[in-house]
Design a protein around this ligand. Structure first.
Ligand code: MRU
Length: 357
């Protein structure tokens, strides 16, 4: 792994001169630095340790990581090559459990590997082409869903968001923040409230940083302030991203999303989920089956190197929760704005996407 300090374009995941390049999200907002990878094992570790995070970003990183691993593989022939790729794919698949984009990306590449005729070199080339195509698709999907979503936001509105569903959580542009970016591009005045998002503070460190860079007005609030702001009439809409959406619309996203949705419903405030179709897990009938990542309790007990919890205290640290579909006003995708009943609108969106393919 090697480091470089600067780049003008905020591209979170990239392939540059034969290396996988990531923005080191653990160094933000203090330092904007890029890390270059040539070893797939370090890429798995980057996903696990959240150097790269956010559902679409980790999916695209895994795709490039697998394509890179394939390129470097010395194999006796086709069968040997595919056999060697299996455990590598499994390491990527299991790096984090909740965001389905990760499994979706790994499965898409491995299916292609098995279905590509010809030599090992042909398969390697096909994998790299596919991974790069997935990066392009992510950017296009975010721009499209951004424009669909921007129509839902009124001029001069205050939007509340949670965690980071921005350029940093995708290849670029973002999902929830893509909707906000598109609204600004349409000429609308938008002010964002960013939940700081305990315990890892993605809202404070990443969302606030991204928006400040672009001059989009943003105010960070502690997570427990949202209800009070809503009661005061200071929030016009909530827009969040997603890590996995079940077939009925139940949505897993950063822990704290569910309570926002409950409070938004109580105050009659629209609650929007912005996500590409790759975040929808068609195999899951409801959100009850979504696996929730439990992270190291140190994320709760410490701020930096300082321990803030008494020794011996019990700690819970689930990284995600599931918002039931009935609390969601609409799911904003690259195929349009999906409304309840989501079981029907999700199926229709996949049919449209298939026809366009
Ligand atoms: O644990 P993280 O930082 O990977 O969690 C990210 C989120 O919860 C995002 O909201 C989600 O991945 C959507 S990103 C477009």
């Amino acid at each position: 792994m090697s480091q470089s300090r600067h780049s003008k374009i905020l591209q979170t995941v990239a392939w540059e001169q034969g290396r996988l390049r990531l923005i080191d999200q653990n160094a933000l907002p203090g330092i904007l630095r890029h890390l270059d990878y040539t070893d797939w094992r370090e890429v798995v570790e980057a996903i696990r340790t959240m150097i790269v995070r956010g559902a679409p970003a980790i999916g695209c990183t895994a795709a490039l990581g697998i394509a890179m691993a394939a390129r470097n593989q010395i194999a006796a022939g086709r069968e040997d090559f595919l056999e060697r790729m299996q455990p590598i794919a499994e390491k990527f698949r299991t790096a984090r459990p909740t965001a389905v984009n990760l499994m979706w990306a790994v499965d898409r590449l491995m299916e292609l590997a098995y279905n590509t005729p010809g030599s090992v070199v042909d398969i390697k080339d096909a994998l790299m082409r596919e991974a790069l195509k997935m990066l392009e698709e992510d950017l296009t999907a975010n721009r499209r869903l951004g424009w669909f979503g921007a129509d839902l936001l009124a001029d001069n509105s205050n939007i509340l968001t949670h965690c980071n569903a921005g350029a940093l959580a995708t290849v670029g542009y973002g999902t929830a923040l893509g909707v906000i970016r598109a609204a600004v591009e349409m000429g609308k005045n938008v002010h964002v409230y960013a939940d700081e998002t305990r315990p890892r503070l993605q809202g404070m460190k990443l969302t606030a940083w991204e928006l400040v860079q672009e001059g989009i007005p943003v105010t960070v609030i502690a997570d427990n302030m949202a209800a009070s702001l809503m009661r005061q009439g200071r929030v016009d809409a909530v827009v969040v991203g997603a890590d996995r959406i079940a077939n009925n619309g139940d949505t897993a996203n950063k822990i704290g999303t569910y309570s926002l949705a409950v409070v938004a419903k109580h105050h009659n405030i629209p609650f929007y989920v912005a996500a590409p179709l790759s975040t929808i897990d068609r195999n899951l009938p409801t959100g009850l089956q979504i696996p929730i990542e439990q992270r190291d309790t140190r994320e709760m007990t410490h701020i930096g190197e300082t321990r803030i919890a008494p020794e011996g205290v019990g700690i819970l640290n689930p990284a995600f929760d599931v918002t039931p579909a009935e609390l969601i006003t609409a799911i904003i995708t690259e195929e349009g704005v999906l409304r309840p009943s989501f079981a029907h609108s999700i199926t229709a969106a996949f049919e449209i996407a298939k026809k366009a393919d």
